[in-house]
Design a protein around this ligand. Structure first.
Ligand code: BES
Ligand code: MN
Ligand code: MN
Length: 458
């Protein structure tokens, strides 16, 4: 079966690439209202591609935001069912001037596909479509398949829990398979075993009711930007520990064994510094950089603004200051609980000279995989067969907000079988995806179905 799969992929190589490039030409930027129609075009393209390979019961499931593209191939209700999740929306490409070629005019250079969404997540979703095509054409699909591809992942998947709840029966499955993460390298394959959650807030600090002359009023009137900076600075202590009371209460420390497993993931510290052009990292004391990046919670300021930032100078005490703050969460922290703790603490930091408002944005809970599940073992077996090497378990710092919700509603194991590389520049200029990763991914996914079907029988 492996041989036939490889031959089919080889024979259809150019078309498999060309179809992906067509999808990458659609600027499906979910966060930007101006691109609304393009996001819908991305969903429509996906729908056509599913129809073209023989997927049935295809629908655009409406939501409060962008629709979910659903489709299925039920071979036999007695066979196990795999639900594929991914997203057809992308991040904005800004800053445009840093791209070597336009973000929505994909090019293949040095064996890499350059475009926004090439890796995150269109390239990785498309591998699944081509894997199912391959198996259907060879008459070798051993499982039922359901596709569930959303259009709001990059903006927090806010309307997805509603869709999940309303279509629980339609989405019944035995496992959820997702390619929206990275692997260590093509030489050292890996499976992601946990992702962090997220709590995102915006804060507004208000001083006087209008901007004031900084000479006439300066000295007695509190400056909201200065106050905001102090409040933010106090959120971490000298060991880079977050000072919000209760923040670490639900964090489960890793066992020694788990820390050892994580330490097996190759991490070239010197090269990491070099690549980012920094002299040192700085994170929570007592943890390695890799741990700080994956299994420890964080608090970041994503943006801060206020006052006069135009050309020249303006002597002013601003009335308002703002910041966007995000916290990455680890098992078993809860996004809503952390948001509430943040709000209470941040409000308590404000002296009487300013008012503070905390506005929660989106969030999502962390997820940790069961490495003993049938589908995890099937993924490991598939990787071993396609890469010729056993995968290691790695943990990652990013988030897929809907994971915990899948866990809650469908109660089935999720396997994070990603083929991206950390160097693929997702969310950055010049995002790319290795042509090799793309085809290895298709091959491995085909093998996954085979192993999943066999292991499910025992
Ligand atoms: N695919 C990423 C998440 C990811 C990337 C996980 C690399 C592991 C490795 C996803 O599209 C993403 O960017 N998620 C956002 C979620 C947010 C917008 C709610 C994130 O992590 O910031
Ligand atoms: Mn993604
Ligand atoms: Mn993303």
């Amino acid at each position: 079966m492996h041989q036939e799969v490889l031959e089919y992929i080889q024979k259809n190589r150019d078309r498999f690439l060309e179809e992906l490039l067509c999808w990458l030409r659609i600027p499906s930027i979910s966060t930007d209202r101006q691109y609304r129609e393009e996001v819908l075009n991305s969903a429509r393209y996906l729908k056509e591609q599913l129809a073209a390979i023989g997927i049935e019961n295809i629908q655009l499931i409406p939501s409060e935001g962008f629709p979910v593209v659903y489709g299925e191939k039920i071979i036999n209700p007695a066979l196990p069912t795999v639900l594929i999740y991914g997203h057809y929306d992308v991040q904005p490409p800004d800053p445009l001037e840093l791209w070597n070629s336009p973000p929505f005019e994909p090019v293949i250079k040095d064996e890499k596909i350059y475009a926004r969404g090439a890796c995150d997540d269109k390239g990785q979703v498309y591998m699944h479509i081509k894997a199912v095509e391959t198996l259907l054409k060879l008459n070798k699909l051993p499982c039922n398949v359901k596709f569930f591809i959303e259009g709001e992942e990059e903006i927090g998947s806010a309307s997805l829990p509603g869709v999940l709840a309303a279509h629980k029966d339609l989405l019944q499955c035995d496992t959820i398979l997702i390619s929206d993460t990275s692997m260590v390298s093509l030489e050292q394959p890996s499976i992601t075993t946990s992702l962090r959650g997220l709590a995102y807030v915006e804060v507004e600090v208000t001083g006087p009711n209008r901007d004031l002359h900084s000479g006439v009023y300066g000295g007695a009137i509190d400056n909201p930007i200065f106050r905001l900076c102090k409040m933010i600075a106090s959120l971490k202590d000298e060991n880079e520990r977050i000072t919000i009371p209760g923040f670490y209460d639900d964090v489960k420390e890793l066992t020694l064994l788990e820390r050892r497993m994580l330490a097996e993931v190759p991490f070239d510290y010197a090269n990491y510094l070099l690549e980012l052009d920094i002299r040192a990292t700085r994170g929570e004391s007592g943890y390695t950089a890799l741990e700080q990046l994956t299994i420890r919670p964080t608090l970041e300021v994503n943006g801060i603004w206020g006052g006069y930032t135009g050309e020249g100078s303006k002597t002013v005490i601003p009335s308002k200051a703002y910041a966007k703050i995000s916290m990455r969460l680890v098992p078993y922290q809860d996004s809503e609980k952390i948001t509430a703790l943040f709000k209470k603490h941040f409000e308590s930091l404000a002296p009487p000279s300013v008012k503070v408002e905390v506005r929660p944005h989106h969030g999502g809970n962390p997820y940790i995989s069961d490495i003993n599940s049938v589908s995890y073992r099937a993924a490991a077996a598939a990787i071993k067969q396609s890469f010729g090497k056993e995968p290691i378990a790695s943990r990652e710092g990013g988030s897929i907000p809907i994971l915990a919700e899948f866990d809650k509603v469908l109660k089935k194991p999720i396997v994070l079988l990603g083929f991206g590389l950390d160097t693929d520049a997702i969310h950055s200029p010049n995002e790319h995806y290795g042509v090799k990763n793309y085809f290895k991914g298709i091959e491995t996914i085909c093998l996954f179905y085979y192993h999943f079907a066999i292991l499910s029988r025992n």
